[in-house]
Each structure stands twice: as structure tokens, then as C-alpha cells.
Design a protein around this ligand. Structure first.
Ligand SMILES: [Zn+2]
Ligand SMILES: [Zn+2]
Length: 242
């Protein structure tokens, strides 16, 4: 507690403010849905949490296929590309219980960079070939800013109906163990973010403050979709197997 009593000074002086003092374990255990299996290992600062899921969404999307109870049509003008359906995966994401800033920041890459509270993986702003998402690709998104990749692995690139729409909702956790929220802070303002798309401060889940990411507040290609996370991790990334 002593550390956090002076966190504002730490922020203003540019010091490292998320040095592993905050544990995410209880929030992870209470916020992830039952579709995600949670286990912990190790003790102290070297502890880790493993989250396992099948990656299938608990909400409506056209990718369930017509006839399914969770089927809904695409947004107007949208349609699937070659990846027309999704199947269950075998995901395991292992993250530190006490995330800390990395001394050397690593870029996020194509593929899974985190997990939403329902077990669906989060992707960055890249697509096959490691190129930025283009307008054509965005027309394959459902209302949740998601679509399947060639492995039939459904994933979120942007905010949307399920994760967050212009609010301060907890979306999930990235592979470095830091949480990611919607575009707003709990105070209702759009925060000023650092080069990694985050900042230090209180959230509804971590009242004394933690480093956390926010979704981008840029209307991507003027499509109404907002990228969840681009660029580098703030902390040291854990593993994500599939
Ligand atoms: Zn994608
Ligand atoms: Zn914030």
C-alpha cells in the first residue's frame, strides 16, 4: 500500500509504476466466464495463471451458421471470406500473476495476443501476411469485430457488441498479464495513452491502480470499428498455445 500512496509521483517522474506489486489473480478468477478453466502454479512473484478455452463465443455471430440458436446475420454489406465457419480450439494462455513492465518492449505479432473474458482470443491490427487490416477484410467482421482465421479460429480484432462499445468494460487480459478495457476510463473520459496503448491508473477492478490497456479511440478506416490493441506489449509476454 505504501507504494501506491505515491504512485502519482511515480507517474509524473516517469518511473516504472507497474513493477509486479499488483496481483491479478482474484480478478482473473472472478471475471473470466465458466467456459474458461483457470489454474495457478508457482508462488510469490514467479507465479503464473493458465487459462484454457475452446475459443468459441458465447454470443451471436453469423459464423455459428444459419440454423444455430446463436446465429445472426452479418452487418449490412458484410459477408464471410474463404473462412466461412469456426470450430473449437484447444487454447492455453499462461500469464504472470503479477505483471510488470518489461525493460525491453516486444512487438505483438500475428495471432493470439490475449484472451477475452469468454475465452475468445484477441488479435492485434494485423491479418494474414502481417499486413494492417484493410477495408475489405473488415467486411468479414461480425457485430463483435470478429471473424475466423484459416484454422477456423474465431478471434476479436476490434471492439464490438460483445466486448465493449464506447465504455469502460473489462475486455480481457493480454499475454503480458495486463488487463485491457474499452475506450473509456471509469470516470467516463477517453484517457491519454502511451506508446503501448495503455497507462497507469485505477480501474473498476483495480481501485488502487494498475497499468492497463484501452482499446484505441480511433475510428479505424472510418468503419465504426475500434482496434483493441496494436504495437508492443508493455510487459513480458507469456505463452499462448493452440
Ligand atoms: Zn483476423
Ligand atoms: Zn485507463
Amino acid at each position: 500500500m505504501t507504494f501506491y500512496a505515491c504512485n502519482k509521483d511515480a507517474v509524473s517522474s516517469g518511473s516504472i509504476v507497474s513493477n509486479g506489486a499488483v496481483s491479478i489473480t482474484s480478478i482473473v478468477q472472478s471475471k473470466f466466464l465458466s467456459a474458461v478453466t483457470i489454474s495457478t502454479s508457482g508462488s510469490g512473484s514467479s507465479s503464473s495463471i493458465t487459462l484454457k478455452s475452446n475459443g468459441l463465443p458465447n454470443h451471436k455471430t453469423p459464423y455459428w451458421g444459419s440454423g444455430n440458436a446463436l446465429y445472426e446475420p452479418f452487418p449490412t454489406g458484410h459477408a464471410p471470406n474463404v473462412n466461412t465457419d469456426m470450430t473449437a480450439q484447444t487454447y492455453a494462455m499462461t500469464i504472470p500473476t503479477n505483471p510488470a513492465e518489461a525493460s525491453s518492449k516486444e512487438a505483438t505479432s500475428l495471432g493470439e495476443i490475449g484472451m477475452a473474458l469468454n475465452g475468445v482470443p484477441l488479435f492485434n491490427d494485423r491479418e494474414g501476411g502481417n499486413v494492417s487490416l484493410d477495408a475489405m477484410t473488415l467486411t468479414t467482421f461480425d457485430y463483435s469485430g470478429a471473424h475466423p482465421a484459416p484454422r477456423k479460429n474465431y478471434h476479436y480484432h476490434t471492439t464490438g457488441r460483445y466486448t465493449s462499445v464506447d465504455d469502460a468494460k473489462l475486455i480481457g487480459f493480454l499475454r503480458d498479464g495486463f488487463p485491457i478495457y474499452g475506450r473509456k476510463d471509469t470516470t467516463g473520459v477517453y484517457p491519454t495513452l502511451d506508446a503501448y496503448g495503455g497507462h497507469f491508473g485505477p480501474t473498476q477492478d483495480f481501485q488502487t491502480g494498475i497499468y492497463h490497456y484501452h482499446s484505441s479511440n480511433v475510428n479505424y478506416l472510418n468503419t465504426g470499428y475500434y482496434i483493441l490493441k496494436a504495437g508492443s506489449y508493455y510487459g513480458t509476454k507469456g505463452t499462448f498455445t493452440n
